[in-house]
Design a protein around this ligand. Structure first.
Ligand code: 5GP
Ligand code: ZN
Length: 121
């Protein structure tokens, strides 16, 4: 389930620079980019560079990586213009599987924020 790079995966292509995106952040393990169809004034996605299908596929070996995503989220949210806690803030969403609303099968954390009302949610 965990190959480094899936040549058919759109998010693997984005992290590899094979499909353009509006990059928010990059390091050895993680990549963040603006959602192409934003549901809020701020809407970006944080993904591991390693191809992981979903949150249903993670193992204890992924604990540090997932922790890094969650520590990065509030930092990037502020950098991208989300207002500070508690009056501002942001929403983090991980859709998993069909009934969970997952459309792209490469694990990603949505970060949504900014003044309401939002387009969705
Ligand atoms: P999911 O429903 O899988 O949680 O969310 C997938 C998200 O990826 C959607 O919000 C969608 O707009 C976004 N998305 C899909 N394809 C692309 C793309 O090619 N580029 C970017 N930047 N976002 C994409
Ligand atoms: Zn992938």
């Amino acid at each position: 389930a965990h190959t480094a790079h899936d040549p058919h995966c759109i998010f693997c292509k984005i992290t590899a620079g094979q499909i353009p995106s509006r990059k928010v952040y990059e390091d050895d393990e993680l990549f963040a980019f603006h959602d192409i169809n934003p549901a809020a004034p701020v809407h970006f996605l944080i993904v591991p560079k390693k191809h992981m299908l979903s949150l249903a596929h993670v193992t204890p070996a992924d604990e540090a990586l997932l922790g890094r995503i969650m520590v990065l989220a509030p930092k990037l949210a502020l950098e991208q213009g989300c207002n500070p806690y508690p009056d501002g803030g942001f929403r983090t969403v991980v859709n998993t599987g069909t009934e969970g609303g997952q459309e792209v099968h490469h694990l990603h954390v949505h970060v949504l924020g900014g003044p309401r009302p939002w387009k969705r949610g």
